[in-house]
Design a protein around this ligand. Structure first.
Ligand code: ZN
Length: 259
């Protein structure tokens, strides 16, 4: 996280104080942010404690900060009950990171009933699941699990669960992600982690799926130096004003209506 970045002290300050982070968002003209957290004790070191942190942090301004959390079968006694607990805490989406969690999104079919319980309770609670797709070079990451097509089963078996394909399978599997967004009414595309300048090369037909496409930056993740530059680069793409408004704002407002 620290390597090569000049704003680490700022990141620490924002982590400690949601109001400092909100003031930073104000300087960027950003109204709302999703705070992405997940559980991956083995490879990253994130434990289920991230959920309580995320919920508490976002409770400072629930109209502007959307809390994401995570449930990893094997780290809690009852994964389905943990989803219900997260919903009560105020967490509004679950992030899965299959290559850091060492599981495939469709493992519930064969040997991981706890994962099925996560999807079932998320669907019942109206809680979207964001699934990381695309490569990771973090030491130990197992990229076999990061292929978008592994989400196809989930979209079929849980038709009322909102599934957001984070990063659109970049940089290897964009065609799979585009196919799934067009095939399944419940699947959305998140473009965070894709440098905006490469978006139209990765997704030349993004305008066709704009109604199901969400802007994001992945900041302060490694390799994402600056939210403002991401926004400026996105706004300078040859996309209609309507498409830009949809991707920057309306899709997210449809998934998480303003309270
Ligand atoms: Zn991710």
């Amino acid at each position: 996280m620290k390597h090569g970045r000049r704003d680490y002290a700022d990141v620490e300050r924002y982590c400690a104080d949601p109001n400092a982070f909100l003031a930073f968002l104000d300087t960027l003209g950003v109204q709302r942010a999703g705070l992405i957290n997940y559980v991956a004790p083995q490879i990253i070191g994130f434990t289920p404690e991230v959920n309580d942190w995320s919920a508490k942090y976002c409770s400072a301004a629930p109209d502007r900060l959307i809390a994401f959390g995570g449930v990893l079968p094997g780290t809690v006694p009852d994964p389905g009950a943990e989803v219900d607990r997260l919903a009560k805490l105020g967490i509004r989406a679950i992030k899965m990171h299959p290559s850091h969690q060492v599981l495939s999104p469709n493992d519930y079919i064969d040997g991981n009933p706890g994962l099925g319980a996560v999807y079932e309770r998320a669907q019942a609670n109206g809680m979207p699941i964001m699934i990381h797709t695309g490569t990771s070079i973090f030491p130990g990451a197992r990229n076999l699990h990061a292929q978008p097509m592994l989400c196809d089963d989930v979209c079929i078996d849980y038709p009322n669960l909102v599934v957001i394909l984070a990063h659109g399978g970049r940089p290897l599997w964009m065609n799979e992600a585009f196919f799934l967004v067009r095939r399944h009414p419940n699947v959305y595309l998140d473009i965070s982690g894709i440098p905006p300048k490469t978006l139209l090369r990765y997704f030349p037909r993004v305008e066709e799926i704009a109604a199901k496409t969400l802007f994001g930056t992945d900041w302060p993740g490694p390799g994402v130096p600056d939210i403002r530059i991401n926004l400026e680069d996105f706004r300078s793409l040859p996309l209609s004003a309507e498409t830009q408004e949809q991707i920057l704002s309306k899709t997210a407002l449809a998934i998480w209506p303003q309270t």
